[in-house]
Design a binder for this molecule. Structure first.
Ligand code: ZN
Length: 262
């Protein structure tokens, strides 16, 4: 049965093994984490005063890249909101700024309408204002998904590799050749050769060098995942949300199939 074994669980980083799964399932989970889990990002900016050296568009683009702490239960997707997508406190939040130079504007200088909703990092430089320059803006954030625009991705890194199955049979004479050729130190000699398949990059040097032909490397049904969050939400939450989204998609698919009369 397919299951998940966690190797590392930080707020920002998750390392886990997806056991006994197909490549299609592993890839669906990866794609769902990157492109289907919604997070907040700046999507619209009103410029009241901008006498900086930067065009409005350049500043708006930089703001869109700043990750925002996202509590999903708190906001609706704008298309599903009671306001019919016009924009209301249930589906968007404003960040205001009014600063005069000379000084550097940081992400932490923005004042959010909702104290719980703020940029993840307060020390990201946005632009430098020189003497006599002013920036007065209102930036509006809303929920979106990575499929729509990469600024809505909750993860900065999200990848997996197939964990190889390394088998050594009785023909092994403990010559240790595989230990010396392996660039990833997968093999260790104790009473017998012990393998650590998580570090293997499938280069097959061990198979080529083994004169006894005692080594076999093949693909297993296990996948090693590494997920790094942008900070918008904990990495484990991204995984849980992705699996929930896949479940509901699968249920809808089954429902549609059941409705087909042949
Ligand atoms: Zn709304």
């Amino acid at each position: 049965m397919t299951k998940i074994e966690f190797l590392k669980e930080d707020e920002d980083k998750l390392v886990f093994i997806l056991k006994d799964a197909s490549p299609a399932l592993a890839n669906s989970i990866r794609r769902a984490m990157k492109s289907l889990v919604p997070v907040l990002a700046i999507d619209y900016v009103d410029f009241y005063v901008n006498s900086s050296y930067f065009y409005d568009e350049m500043i708006a683009h930089r703001l869109a890249m700043l990750p925002i702490k996202t509590e999903l239960r708190r906001f609706n997707m704008q298309k599903d909101c009671i306001c019919d997508g016009v924009g209301c406190p249930s589906c968007q939040v404003s960040f205001r700024l009014n600063i005069e130079g000379p000084r550097i504007v940081y992400s932490g200088d923005f004042v959010s309408d909702e104290p719980d909703v703020h940029f993840v990092y307060k020390d990201i430089p946005v632009l430098e204002l020189f003497k006599g320059q002013q920036l007065m803006i209102e930036a509006v954030a809303r929920l979106g998904i990575g499929k729509e625009h990469s600024k809505f991705q909750p993860v900065s890194a999200c990848f997996y590799k197939i964990i190889p199955k390394i088998e050594i049979d009785d023909r092994c004479n403990l010559c240790g050749e595989c230990i010396s050729v392996c660039p990833r130190n997968v093999f260790v000699l104790k009473d017998r050769i012990v393998v650590n398949p998580l570090d293997c990059s499938l280069c097959m040097e061990c198979v080529k060098c083994c004169e006894q032909e005692a080594l076999r490397v093949s693909e297993s049904n296990d996948f090693l995942f590494v997920v790094e969050s942008t900070g918008a939400m904990p990495a484990k939450k991204v995984l849980i949300q992705a699996i929930e989204i896949l479940k509901s998609k699968a249920e809808n698919f089954n429902k549609t199939l059941a409705e087909i009369n042949v």
